[in-house]
Design a protein around this ligand. Structure first.
Ligand SMILES: Cc1cc2nc3c(=O)[nH]c(=O)nc-3n(C[C@H](O)[C@H](O)[C@H](O)COP(=O)(O)OP(=O)(O)OC[C@H]3O[C@@H](n4cnc5c(N)ncnc54)[C@H](O)[C@@H]3O)c2cc1C
Length: 1021
């Protein structure tokens, strides 16, 4: 690949670091501390050497690349260009490349550099030139960071590095793994690498500095692995199960490494995997005696504790392991994700804090460095391109009397070559991290490198592009003078997002913010949850209220109405806030009830409770302003006002699929707006509904204001919705029942029923009906398949597909037809990903697929599956694991997930709501065609689009006719206030649950105009 043509300027020599007495005269005057003086001396020498390497410096070339130069000048251009680079490997034709390029660069606010603009404007010839140029630039950029398509093609480069005095650690690119097939293939590549690389390296010349440390020989061959690529179940929620699956593939790799004398380093990925990776690493080291290393991250607030924990473990267990200390590559992703979830941010907010933590962790590791052969402890490798961070570690070595060989420096391929050569010159052991692989799996890695190198926080950019002053570059990590401490987003989330009003006296007086779901990557949260659900019991509730009893409830509710209507709105709102607090206190136990009663898996149950809490907190805040009279205009002499009044008795008929969240949402919306409520829960889940009522009563809602009516729908439910005294029915459920309620709720027509002329009802019932969906996700040609496959799987099979929002059709755009490459690849990855789902008992954290709600539902779903099979549709279905005792005992309620391929548009799988784990894959010849197919059903609930083409995203926003559209994410999981939920067409009537206007349906507006002028005089004039 011609990437390894660097030569150190001078031959490697041993320690050449100047003594502290020869510190540069430019040392900052304020630096009188001996340690700082020493760091400055080492660092400035290091920097001077590095800056002396003017030739063959890839990092400098990187910055001088036209694309990078433009990116750094214009942040808008950078965003669009990096997004284009990310999508690029999926674009198979010059037309597609040109189309996407112009689309990205045509986005608002992007200044297109002259050369590109001219190429874009000038016709067909320039078009092919433009695509060829951009393609070669992107490939060139990738080749700077990725050393070859495979280990064999990278080998000459690795040898050249070795000859130049730099060792390597080979990383096989590949991160998202969606199936066992992909995990097996990745593991096989590693085995192959470990079995073959040592032999290829054996012939290389001896390099004592690279092959030994202060304790003795170290392996020549060194590889790095990302554990998430080795299992489709790398999910800490089921840490034992995930660990078993990983060890199954890891142990043969590690045993081969032990036998061949290969060093294996575990990379560190997202924070969610941190504790899991550390635990896995420790177990592997205990089981296989291989040369072991683990990357640890200093951008984590837990960094120093993590370091201490690792050192204590090594010493306690008499092990010698290596740690590659890095700052961390996922800073943006961690920051974004934590805010989205309302979780504490695991990473430091400011760069200097990361740098300081890096130095503190360095000290912890150096303290634990083994002194002589046979000692246990941690050998330190420093993964940094920051001369200050490196100099601090070198000073730390000196201070402890440790030799230079006790520390290894590591840097990334394609970055900081000047520093690498300077380090080799100084006699330090330098290792380059060398990724190899194809562009598609390498894209996530490449984009991380692009972001890192163009970040204003990058030391490398400051040091080599901006040529910052030595004093500034080597300064001890500290806040910049005059800088403000970083804002803690968690603390200001409610005000920052301002999702609701914040009426005085309601709750904490702050706007609503979403309840944070459990972070199951945290052992403590997992354990607490597991214990609570183990203890949970479902209250025994018989669905035996009769129509007569229901009518009595309506009588009581009618009597209670006036007092409740006249209760102060703030008082009512605070009852909801109190109920939310009680739910919070019982949170995991409530999940346990739903897991047992409805077959929810851990995450689904937890999300259900959070949504219920959200409805309580949100509606409490939205209700109060409704009851304050609003003045319209400012006319003198006429006071115009609008005011809302409750409707009366409300009947809530709630479904079993969100048995707490939806039941709570409808109930409290009616209550907080001053209506009295009779709750008739689904017959399958009266237990959790009864707990909800208990909580609301406990929070102060009077017993006649809220009544609980567990009963059969056909008789008692039907009687309730027909009772003329009922003012409002809030229903969520199937289309057919919803339509029946709508008909039943309407008074008889005076044209068809003569009785209706004499027996006129007092009011017309309001019906709010949220019905079904036949939701589609579109997979465009530019889609990120790694993400799309996982999102479709989750949207289709989460809670066994029993959500009205579930994805039941996935429409793949493939211009080459139903057997084209996109259809084939997507279908293959999706069906393989489906095979990674675990079917079992929902009490177990590793279960993805639990039983469906009841035998009747199971039979109905099976009917769809059998008819589709009988019709000859190609399909992939899972087998039920009947060896699992829980599955065997509940076989009549289990339905294994099925994917049907190339489903025609007129097939019932493409039209009917199934409400089970059955997914139809459909073909579309273009994005327009996909939208047409998606819009065909009469249901208009949710929809999803995976696309990286800005104009297609825009088109979907305009033309995809659904109540809730999700772009580049799954189509389920709406959050209160953030994703107001509900559809139109046959998906229901009424405005969106969890939205600003939802409560308006529970009240009636009254307008009042008062003439305030008396004999020509009016106040306010
Ligand atoms: C050999 C090697 C292996 C690596 N392996 C891994 C690995 O397994 N896992 C992994 O995550 N990374 C890994 N990295 C990547 C590494 O984390 C980044 O390259 C590194 O963060 C860059 O740090 P630096 O000291 O070179 O640069 P610097 O410019 O000094 O630091 C940049 C880093 O500071 C942090 N940062 C940026 N902005 C802020 C802010 N506002 N607040 C707080 N912190 C901020 C980020 O971590 C960023 O990457 C590896 C790097 C090397 C060299």
């Amino acid at each position: 690949m011609g990437l390894f043509s660097r030569k150190p300027k001078t031959p490697a020599q041993t320690v050449v670091i100047p003594s502290s007495t020869t510190a540069s005269p430019t040392a900052p005057a304020t630096t009188n501390d001996a340690r700082e003086q020493r760091i400055f001396a080492i660092g400035s020498d290091f920097l001077a050497r590095a800056r002396g390497h003017k030739t063959s410096v890839l990092s400098a070339k990187f910055y001088s690349d036209a694309l990078m130069e433009w990116s750094m000048k214009d942040p808008n251009f950078k965003v669009q260009m990096f997004r284009f680079v990310d999508a690029y490997p999926m674009l198979k034709t010059p037309d597609a490349i040109y189309d996407h390029l112009t689309d990205y660069l045509g986005q608002e606010g992007v200044t297109v550099p002259g050369v590109i603009a001219t190429a874009i404007k000038t016709g067909a010839v320039a078009k092919s030139v433009a695509t060829a140029t951009i393609s070669s630039q992107i490939k060139g950029m990738a080749s700077k960071f990725i050393a070859g398509q495979d280990a064999a093609s990278a080998l000459p480069g690795l040898k050249q590095l070795w000859d130049d005095g730099i060792a390597s650690s080979v990383d096989l690119l590949g991160e998202t793994c969606v199936s066992d097939e992909e995990a097996d293939s990745y593991a096989a590549k590693y085995l192959d690498l470990i079995n073959n690389l040592p032999a290829a390296m054996a012939a290389w010349k001896s390099q004592p500095r690279l092959e030994s440390d202060h304790l003795g020989a170290i392996p020549r061959c060194n590889v790095s692995v990302k554990i998430s690529a080795l299992s489709a179940r790398t999910d800490p929620i089921d840490s034992e199960g995930a660990m078993r699956d990983l060890m199954r593939r890891l142990l043969p790799i590690l045993e081969a490494a032990r036998d061949k004398g290969v060093f294996v380093n575990f990379d560190m990925e997202h924070h969610a995997l941190k504790d899991f990776t550390i635990e896995l690493f420790q177990r592997c080291v205990t089981q296989v005696n291989f040369n072991a290393g683990l990357a640890m991250q200093a951008y984590l607030r837990s960094g120093v504790d993590d370091a201490k924990r690792m050192c204590e473990w090594a010493i306690r267990n008499k092990r010698k392991v290596s740690v590659r200390l890095v700052k961390g590559a996922y800073w943006d992703a961690e920051t974004i994700k934590s805010e989205l979830h309302g979780w504490p941010n695991p990473v430091w907010a400011q760069k200097w804090q990361t740098d300081r933590c890096f130095e503190q962790m360095t000290e912890v590791f150096l303290d634990a460095c083994p002194r002589k052969q046979g000692d246990s402890g941690v050998c330190l490798a420093l993964g940094s391109h920051n001369a200050r961070s490196i100099a601090a570690a070198l000073a730390g070595l000196e201070a402890r009397g440790l030799p230079q060989s006790a520390l290894e420096l590591q840097m990334l391929h394609g970055m900081a070559d000047q520093l690498k050569h300077a380090a080799a010159e100084m006699g330090l052991r330098m290792r380059e991290y060398v990724p190899v692989g194809e562009m598609i799996p390498g894209m996530a890695y490449l984009v991380r490198r692009l972001l890192e190198n163009t970040s204003n926080e990058s030391w490398l950019k400051a040091g080599f592009m901006d040529n910052a002053d030595v004093g500034a570059l080597l300064r001890s990590p500290a806040p910049k003078s005059g800088s403000q401490p970083a804002t803690d987003l968690l603390a200001i989330n409610p005000e920052r997002h301002n999702l609701s009003p914040a009426p005085k006296g309601v709750g904490n007086g702050r706007p609503f913010f979403t309840e944070a779901i459990r972070d199951f990557s945290e052992g403590a949260q997992r354990e607490k949850f597991g214990q609570a659900i183990a203890r949970a019991t479902v209250p025994k509730v018989a669905n035996e209220r009769t129509p007569e009893q229901a009518r009595e409830m309506v009588t009581r509710a009618s009597k209670a109405f006036a007092a409740w209507r006249d209760t102060d709105a703030v008082t009512r709102a605070n009852m909801l806030v109190k109920a939310a607090q009680i739910m919070r206190e019982q949170r995991d136990g409530l999940s346990g009830v739903m897991i047992r009663e409805a077959g929810k898996t851990w995450r689904e149950a937890d999300a259900d409770v959070c949504e219920a809490i959200d409805f309580l907190e949100y509606y409490a805040r939205c209700a109060v302003p409704l009851f304050q009279r609003q003045r319209l205009g400012k006319f003198v002499g006429e006071l115009d006002e609008v005011v809302y009044q409750p409707r009366g008795v409300a009947v809530v008929i709630s479904p079993w699929n969100f048995p707490l969240a939806i039941c709570s949402g409808m109930t409290v919306a009616a209550l907080v707006t001053g209506n009295t409520v009779i709750v008739k829960p689904a017959e399958q889940t009266p237990g959790i509904a009864s707990i909800m009522c208990d909580i609301l009563w406990q929070a102060g809602v009077p017993k006649d204001v809220l009544q609980f009516c567990p009963a059969p729908g056909e008789t008692t439910g039907a009687a309730l919705v027909r009772d003329p005294r009922v003012a409002l029915v809030a229903f969520t459920g199937s289309r057919d029942v919803g339509l029946d309620i709508l008909h039943a709720a309407a008074p008889a027509s005076p044209f068809s029923s003569p009785d209706a002329r004499t027996n006129v009802p007092t009011h017309i019932k309001k019906v709010i009906a949220e019905l079904g969906g036949k939701n589609a996700m579109i997979i465009d040609t530019s889609a990120d398949f790694d993400e799309a496959v996982i999102a479709v799987r989750q949207s289709a099979f989460g809670f066994q597909g029993q959500k009205c929002s579930a994805c039941s059709r996935v429409i793949v755009v493939d211009e080459q037809g139903p057997q084209g490459p996109a259809m084939t690849m997507f279908s293959r990855r999706l069906t393989e990903a489906m095979k990674a789902l675990t079917i079992g008992d929902p009490l177990h954290p590793g279960t993805d697929i639990a039983p469906v709600i009841d035998v009747e539902a199971a039979n109905k779903i099976r009917g769809f599956i059998e008819r589709a099979k009988a019709g000859g549709l190609k399909h992939v279905g899972l087998e039920l694991p009947t060896s699992n005792p829980f599955v065997a005992a509940n076989a009549s309620r289990f339905v294994a997930p099925h994917v049907f391929l190339n489903v025609p548009e007129d097939h019932e799988l493409a039209r009917e709501e199934i409400f089970g784990p059955v997914l139809a894959v459909m073909h579309a010849s273009s994005f327009e065609d996909a939208l047409r197919i998606a819009n065909t059903p009469t249901y208009k609930l949710t929809g999803g689009v995976y696309s990286r083409k800005p104009s297609h995203i825009e088109q979907a926003k305009r033309e995809f006719c659904v109540g809730n559209l999700y772009i580049n994410r799954g189509c389920t999981g709406a959050l209160v206030a953030r994703h107001p939920f509900g559809g139109f067409g046959m998906s229901g009537v009424g405005s969106k649950a969890g939205g600003a206007d939802y409560l308006l349906q529970f009240v009636e507006p009254r307008a009042i105009a008062e003439n305030t002028m008396r004999r020509g005089f009016a106040p306010e004039l």
